[in-house]
Design a protein around this ligand. Sequence first.
Ligand SMILES: C[S@@+](CC[C@H](N)C(=O)[O-])C[C@H]1O[C@@H](n2cnc3c(N)ncnc32)[C@H](O)[C@@H]1O
Length: 159
Amino acid sequence: MNVLNLYCGIGGNRKLWPKECEVTAVENNPQIAKIYQDFFPKDKVIVCDAHKYLLEHYKEFDFIWSSPPCPSHSRTNTFLNAQGIVRYPDMGLWQEIVFLRNFCHSKWVVEKKATEIRFIKGRLKFSGHKQGAPFPSCIVIFKPASHEKKSYVATKIRK
Ligand SMILES: C[S@@+](CC[C@H](N)C(=O)[O-])C[C@H]1O[C@@H](n2cnc3c(N)ncnc32)[C@H](O)[C@@H]1O
Protein backbone atom coordinates (compact mmCIF):
# COMPACT_ATOMS: atom_id res chain seq x y z
CA MET A 1 0.00 0.00 0.00
CA ASN A 2 1.29 3.39 -1.06
CA VAL A 3 0.67 5.92 1.72
CA LEU A 4 1.16 9.68 1.88
CA ASN A 5 1.88 11.00 5.40
CA LEU A 6 1.47 14.78 5.27
CA TYR A 7 2.74 17.07 8.07
CA CYS A 8 4.45 13.94 9.37
CA GLY A 9 6.19 15.51 12.38
CA ILE A 10 8.34 12.89 14.08
CA GLY A 11 5.88 10.17 13.06
CA GLY A 12 3.56 9.68 16.03
CA ASN A 13 0.74 8.30 13.87
CA ARG A 14 3.22 6.41 11.64
CA LYS A 15 4.25 4.23 14.58
CA LEU A 16 0.83 2.53 14.42
CA TRP A 17 0.97 1.68 10.71
CA PRO A 18 2.17 -1.69 9.37
CA LYS A 19 5.84 -1.81 8.42
CA GLU A 20 4.94 -3.10 4.93
CA CYS A 21 3.37 0.25 3.94
CA GLU A 22 5.36 2.25 1.42
CA VAL A 23 5.27 5.69 2.99
CA THR A 24 6.10 9.10 1.57
CA ALA A 25 6.31 11.55 4.48
CA VAL A 26 6.21 15.34 4.06
CA GLU A 27 7.46 17.80 6.67
CA ASN A 28 8.65 21.38 6.21
CA ASN A 29 10.97 21.53 9.21
CA PRO A 30 14.29 19.84 8.27
CA GLN A 31 15.21 19.09 11.89
CA ILE A 32 11.89 17.36 12.55
CA ALA A 33 12.14 15.56 9.19
CA LYS A 34 15.57 14.23 10.22
CA ILE A 35 14.13 12.78 13.45
CA TYR A 36 11.32 11.15 11.44
CA GLN A 37 13.84 9.67 8.99
CA ASP A 38 15.89 8.24 11.87
CA PHE A 39 12.76 6.56 13.26
CA PHE A 40 11.62 5.28 9.85
CA PRO A 41 14.68 4.83 7.61
CA LYS A 42 12.72 3.04 4.87
CA ASP A 43 10.19 5.87 4.40
CA LYS A 44 10.78 8.48 1.72
CA VAL A 45 10.96 11.81 3.56
CA ILE A 46 10.43 15.04 1.61
CA VAL A 47 11.10 18.46 3.12
CA CYS A 48 8.59 20.85 1.56
CA ASP A 49 5.14 22.41 1.97
CA ALA A 50 2.67 19.57 2.56
CA HIS A 51 -0.33 21.65 1.47
CA LYS A 52 1.20 22.23 -1.97
CA TYR A 53 2.50 18.65 -2.19
CA LEU A 54 -1.01 17.29 -1.66
CA LEU A 55 -2.39 19.33 -4.53
CA GLU A 56 0.30 18.12 -6.93
CA HIS A 57 0.51 14.43 -5.89
CA TYR A 58 -2.83 13.32 -4.42
CA LYS A 59 -3.50 10.94 -7.32
CA GLU A 60 -0.36 8.88 -6.63
CA PHE A 61 -1.41 7.29 -3.32
CA ASP A 62 -3.76 4.55 -2.08
CA PHE A 63 -4.20 6.30 1.25
CA ILE A 64 -3.54 9.87 2.44
CA TRP A 65 -3.09 10.93 6.04
CA SER A 66 -2.86 14.66 6.77
CA SER A 67 -2.15 16.20 10.20
CA PRO A 68 -2.04 19.97 9.61
CA PRO A 69 -0.90 21.96 12.64
CA CYS A 70 -3.91 22.90 14.78
CA PRO A 71 -2.76 26.01 16.75
CA SER A 72 -4.41 28.52 14.44
CA HIS A 73 -7.89 27.00 14.55
CA SER A 74 -7.90 25.35 17.98
CA ARG A 75 -7.96 26.78 21.49
CA THR A 76 -4.20 27.28 21.26
CA ASN A 77 -4.95 30.43 19.28
CA THR A 78 -6.62 31.88 22.39
CA PHE A 79 -3.50 31.86 24.49
CA LEU A 80 -1.32 32.85 21.55
CA ASN A 81 -3.65 35.83 21.10
CA ALA A 82 -3.12 36.69 24.78
CA GLN A 83 0.63 36.67 24.08
CA GLY A 84 0.18 39.21 21.31
CA ILE A 85 0.15 36.79 18.37
CA VAL A 86 -3.02 38.03 16.70
CA ARG A 87 -4.02 36.27 13.51
CA TYR A 88 -6.80 34.72 11.49
CA PRO A 89 -7.21 30.95 11.67
CA ASP A 90 -5.41 29.17 8.86
CA MET A 91 -8.15 27.51 6.79
CA GLY A 92 -5.73 25.23 4.95
CA LEU A 93 -7.12 22.25 6.84
CA TRP A 94 -10.61 22.93 5.54
CA GLN A 95 -9.27 23.50 2.04
CA GLU A 96 -7.72 20.04 2.15
CA ILE A 97 -10.95 18.42 3.37
CA VAL A 98 -13.09 20.07 0.69
CA PHE A 99 -10.49 19.33 -1.98
CA LEU A 100 -10.05 15.65 -1.08
CA ARG A 101 -13.77 15.12 -0.70
CA ASN A 102 -14.36 16.37 -4.21
CA PHE A 103 -11.40 15.04 -6.14
CA CYS A 104 -9.64 12.21 -4.33
CA HIS A 105 -10.74 8.66 -5.14
CA SER A 106 -8.48 7.03 -2.56
CA LYS A 107 -9.15 6.74 1.17
CA TRP A 108 -8.00 9.74 3.19
CA VAL A 109 -7.98 11.25 6.67
CA VAL A 110 -7.47 14.87 7.71
CA GLU A 111 -6.96 15.18 11.44
CA LYS A 112 -8.89 18.04 12.97
CA LYS A 113 -9.47 19.13 16.52
CA ALA A 114 -12.75 19.81 18.29
CA THR A 115 -14.58 21.25 15.30
CA GLU A 116 -16.95 19.78 12.79
CA ILE A 117 -17.57 20.14 9.09
CA ARG A 118 -20.90 19.24 7.49
CA PHE A 119 -21.14 19.02 3.73
CA ILE A 120 -24.33 20.13 2.05
CA LYS A 121 -25.75 17.55 -0.35
CA GLY A 122 -26.18 18.87 -3.88
CA ARG A 123 -25.52 22.49 -4.80
CA LEU A 124 -26.88 25.67 -3.24
CA LYS A 125 -29.43 27.58 -5.31
CA PHE A 126 -29.53 31.34 -5.07
CA SER A 127 -32.79 33.19 -5.56
CA GLY A 128 -33.37 34.31 -9.14
CA HIS A 129 -31.04 31.63 -10.57
CA LYS A 130 -32.24 28.43 -12.19
CA GLN A 131 -28.94 26.60 -11.88
CA GLY A 132 -27.22 25.54 -8.69
CA ALA A 133 -23.90 27.01 -7.63
CA PRO A 134 -20.92 25.52 -9.50
CA PHE A 135 -19.13 24.88 -6.18
CA PRO A 136 -19.78 22.50 -3.27
CA SER A 137 -20.70 24.04 0.09
CA CYS A 138 -20.22 23.13 3.69
CA ILE A 139 -20.94 24.40 7.17
CA VAL A 140 -17.98 24.59 9.54
CA ILE A 141 -18.95 24.29 13.19
CA PHE A 142 -16.54 25.59 15.81
CA LYS A 143 -17.74 23.90 18.98
CA PRO A 144 -17.45 25.86 22.22
CA ALA A 145 -14.50 25.00 24.41
CA SER A 146 -15.39 22.90 27.47
CA HIS A 147 -15.31 25.92 29.85
CA GLU A 148 -17.67 27.82 27.51
CA LYS A 149 -20.02 24.81 27.44
CA LYS A 150 -20.18 24.81 31.25
CA SER A 151 -21.09 28.50 31.41
CA TYR A 152 -23.72 27.99 28.68
CA VAL A 153 -25.30 25.15 30.68
CA ALA A 154 -25.12 27.24 33.86
CA THR A 155 -26.93 30.14 32.13
CA LYS A 156 -29.70 27.79 30.96
CA ILE A 157 -30.15 26.31 34.44
CA ARG A 158 -30.35 29.77 36.03
CA LYS A 159 -33.14 30.75 33.63
C1 LIG B 1 0.31 18.27 14.18
S1 LIG B 1 2.05 18.09 13.84
C2 LIG B 1 2.12 16.49 13.13
C3 LIG B 1 2.13 15.37 14.10
C4 LIG B 1 2.39 14.03 13.43
N1 LIG B 1 1.27 13.63 12.59
C5 LIG B 1 2.65 12.98 14.51
O1 LIG B 1 1.77 12.14 14.74
O2 LIG B 1 3.73 13.00 15.09
C6 LIG B 1 2.26 19.12 12.44
C7 LIG B 1 3.62 19.05 11.78
O3 LIG B 1 3.53 19.70 10.52
C8 LIG B 1 4.69 20.48 10.28
N2 LIG B 1 4.27 21.52 9.34
C9 LIG B 1 3.67 22.70 9.60
N3 LIG B 1 3.35 23.35 8.46
C10 LIG B 1 3.77 22.54 7.45
C11 LIG B 1 3.71 22.65 6.03
N4 LIG B 1 3.15 23.70 5.43
N5 LIG B 1 4.23 21.64 5.30
C12 LIG B 1 4.80 20.57 5.89
N6 LIG B 1 4.87 20.41 7.22
C13 LIG B 1 4.36 21.37 8.00
C14 LIG B 1 5.13 20.94 11.65
O4 LIG B 1 6.52 21.21 11.66
C15 LIG B 1 4.75 19.74 12.53
O5 LIG B 1 5.83 18.86 12.65
